[in-house]
Design a protein around this ligand. Sequence first.
Ligand code: BGC
Length: 478
Amino acid sequence: MTENDAIPSMPRYINKDAIDAAQPLVRSDDQRKIETICQPLHISNNAAHVVEKRILACVEQGLSQEHHEKSSIRCFPTYVQSLPTGKESGAYLAVDLGGTNLRVMLVTLFGSRFEAPEISLQHFQVPENVKKSAGNAVFQYIVNCIAEFLGKEGITKSNLPLGFTFSFPCEQRGLTSAILTRWTKGFDCPDVVGQDVCVMFNKALSERQDISVELKVLINDTAACVVSSVWRRKSCRIGLIVGTGCNACYLEQIENIELWDEAERQRHPFSVINTEWGAFGEYGELDFILTEWDRAVDKASSNPGEHIFEKMTSGLYLGEVVRTILLTLVDKRLAFRSTKVDNLRKNGAFSTTHVCQIEQDPIGEFRRCKLALAEALGHKDQIEEEDCYTVRYVCEEVTRRACMLLGAGIAALARKMDFGELVIGVDGALFRNHPLFYSIMKKKITQLMGADFEFELVQSREGSGFGAALMAAVLANQ
Ligand code: BGC
């Protein structure tokens, strides 16, 4: 072989027409610098595998008597041990306190999963001052919303069975007893921590003579997601929420739940376990992939040092992570060189909704991207397309990392359950509104579990509220 055969010969003819058709907008040396800076966001296969193994180890610890208190994944039993059959009927109320919104919902079931339930629903945006008030104020607010809804709907029925979706970490002592262990997602009402949320809710209810509802169950949104998904698809065994916060629950066999004593364990073959995996990483498990931007976002949050996994995967934080990275690029003069960015320095200026919008544009078009940036930057000045490419690149890196981490979490639970075929119910605004979350997560789970693993990710709409109402129905019919 001569030297000339080994090296591809240079083209004799330069195709100027094709080259003129498009020129790279981001100068390639800048692009390389941006990629190098963003490199820490990349999760290698090996790192993903490590995360999966560590999540699995923490789940095992969470279930064990000895390590439960010290595990970052606490694995709280939910006492949800009966699932809907599809034959439930009647009218049930649900109230769903998630993070950003409070929803009140009346669900009428007709005794068959083939007959669509009737649902009326009202959304309330939880005011910021309520999120950080005294506990009484929170529960009074919830009860006022219920009263407003019942009034609007003209519902006068007494003792209406109610399912309460309360999506914060709780140590449950039964279906209607739940001790709040901490607040997350920007809520901070210190006097509720360590208290029984059901007692506080019932107290607020009893102060209103004009409404008559009966709390049948308090349920985490992940468990409600499983319940509502099972109603549609019997084989659902995992509930995942990717919304303002992030968490998963799964069905665990009773003999593996060491937290329960023998007597409790005999009663039912399984319980839904609320993993509260958002807290994973609190004891250093994720330090090897945490970036300076994650640390900055954590530090500025309402719960520094807590819920690290959640801060890398959920709606309240992804926009903040992107914003923090963009500021690094601005400071290194690699982005927005000719645009005012003062507004971007404000916490919360760039939201996860913007990330979803930006990734919806076809590559090379920036209609939504420019609208999102006008909002985030607080002005409508011309934005260079070069910057649009950079912003999209950062959004994609942050989203992909979240999907990889969530994929690792699902793989860990799937291995724990040792299921041949699995349906995973998923709810939450980020999963719903991001154009690629579903497909990237699906791919990551397949990579981690191998191509023989059969699973489906099934979107559960309004599952948090619907699941709570369904659970109230299951219990009312028992
Ligand atoms: C809470 C979980 C909840 C999740 C999703 C987290 O912040 O700790 O209880 O399931 O958000 O809403």
